[in-house]
Design a protein around this ligand. Structure first.
Ligand SMILES: [Zn+2]
Length: 474
């Protein structure tokens, strides 16, 4: 193995770049051009969606929702999207200014002087240790983005969500959450940062497999740590009391040999009125979590069947091994990402030319990594598109898994969840294909075997007339 520290002439971080003599690749312009193109295309799709949100009359495909429910979802979705577009516009603008005027290079120089002030010594070639200088750099960027992001989050939570009746959070809880998540981020962030930088420093040009291994282990550990130790820091998980719902869920688990050990109800209602359900756990120790908001929204005998149908859908993801496949896709994505980084870092000419173009005076692994993440933002736009496509396919499969016994209740539950969450009921096809991780509601109802909204509405009416009798539609 080629070790950087033993072969100083190979070091990535010692060579100074004579910017005047470098034949620089117009990296900034290429990257900003790509980014602006993606931004404009996305804004076009969002504009189309925004136009759909202005429709007043409920389309006949969604005749199973009431006109006032449709209007509520339209105004909620329009406000949320409008907010998002405004935020993205500002972010895009500041990103262009930042990179075009080479502010990262200026900040990098500033971090060097900060280290000098602290009396940290430069090496014989006159540069600081990459890990320290990078840590100061990240700290400054992080504090800046926290301050910038805080006003957006506060506005979104306490103005928009509040106006639509979805916010249940107090300011005290908001800042309590912020405090806890900041500590966790520091802990996880510094571990990843230090681990990554140390591996590259140690392995040199052969870092690829070591870095990939480090990240894959980190993902596998996080998947286990997050639901077991992190999420209980934010919410309370109580076992679901014995009763009909518990029995139904246990029956479903038994039917498909799902190794269920506990069913929890989480107090999600203290933050938001949105509802959900999921499962977690490794191997033979799996647990199901239901939001208390879900129990509130689906009451009575029909409600129990609706929640059971949602659980059947969730367990369908497990049965069909969707999370494993999704994880494989993420790891593949990571492998691709580091391969690109590997190619750039090990192509000395290209790497130097990019650094010089960005205004950096010497080579540094940290800076290459920083610039690379900028480049990867554009590549990941395409990989994310693939991921949402796969996710939509999986959702259809999990819906089918509900089977004839539950499909009517699942359709009903999906409608109810959409209405209660005031989700998008009038999606634009282009916007939906770019952003939806779940298929459109009408497509899902159709795939469950109900040709159109009107047909489903007549089934609902029938059920309403005979509320005592359980509807079984096969
Ligand atoms: Zn699902």
């Amino acid at each position: 193995m080629q070790r950087l520290l033993e072969q100083p002439q190979q070091q990535h971080q010692t060579a100074f770049i004579d910017i005047a003599k470098e034949n620089t690749f117009p990296f900034i312009l290429v990257i900003l051009g790509l980014q602006i193109s993606i931004y404009l295309f996305e804004t076009y799709a969002k504009g189309r969606q925004l136009r759909n949100f202005s429709v007043k009359e409920r389309p006949k495909e969604v005749s199973f929702v009431k006109q006032e429910e449709f209007a509520k979802s339209q105004s909620h979705s329009r406000d949320m999207l409008g907010f998002k577009m405004h935020k993205e516009y500002q972010e895009q603008f500041s990103q262009i200014i930042l990179w075009y005027f080479k502010i990262p290079a200026i900040l990098w120089g500033f971090c060097g002087t900060v280290l000098d002030k602290f009396g940290i010594i430069r090496d014989s070639t006159g540069i600081h240790n990459d890990i320290y200088q990078g840590a100061i750099f990240l700290l400054i960027v992080w504090v800046y983005s926290e301050i910038e992001g805080l006003s957006w989050t506060l506005y979104n939570t306490f103005i928009i969500k509040e106006n639509h009746g979805f916010n249940k959070m107090t300011l005290g809880l908001f800042f309590g959450d912020k405090f806890k998540s900041t500590i966790l981020l520091m802990l996880f962030g510094s571990t990843i940062y230090y681990g990554l930088m140390k591996i590259i420093e140690w392995a040199g040009t052969d870092f690829y497999w070591y870095v990939l291994g480090f990240f894959v282990s980190f993902i596998l550990i996080s998947v286990n740590i997050i639901p077991n130790f992190i999420m209980p820091l934010f919410n309370k998980y109580d076992p679901l009391p014995p009763g009909e719902l518990r029995e139904k869920i246990e029956d479903i688990a038994k039917e498909i040999s799902f190794p269920l050990t506990e069913i929890y109800v989480v107090d999600a209602s203290k933050r938001s009125a949105h509802s959900n359900a999921y499962y977690f756990g490794f191997g033979n120790n799996k647990r199901i979590v239901l939001f208390d908001t879900l129990l509130e929204q689906h009451q009575g005998e029909q409600g129990i069947l609706e929640i059971a149908s949602i659980v059947k859908h969730e367990l369908g993801h497990w049965y069909l091994m969707h999370p494993l496949q999704m994880m494989a896709v993420s790891i593949l994505n990571l492998a691709l990402m580091f391969k690109v980084f590997d190619l750039i870092l090990n192509n000395k000419e290209l790497n130097r030319s990019i650094l010089a173009n960005m205004g950096f005076g010497h080579e540094s692994v940290f800076i290459s990594l920083l610039i690379f993440t900028k480049l990867y933002e554009t590549i990941s736009w395409f990989t994310q598109l693939t991921q949402v496509m796969i996710s939509r396919k999986f959702e259809f499969q999990a819906d089918q898994f509900a089977g004839p016994k539950y499909k009517f209740h699942l359709a009903k539950a999906l409608i109810k969840v959409h209405v209660k969450n005031a989700s998008n009921l009038n999606p634009d096809p282009l916007y939906a294909s770019l952003t939806f991780s779940h298929p459109q509601l009408t497509e899902r109802i159709k795939a469950l075997g109900y040709e159109d909204g009107q047909e489903f509405q007549s089934l609902l009416d029938e059920q309403e007339k005979a509320p005592q009798k359980e509807v079984s539609i096969n």
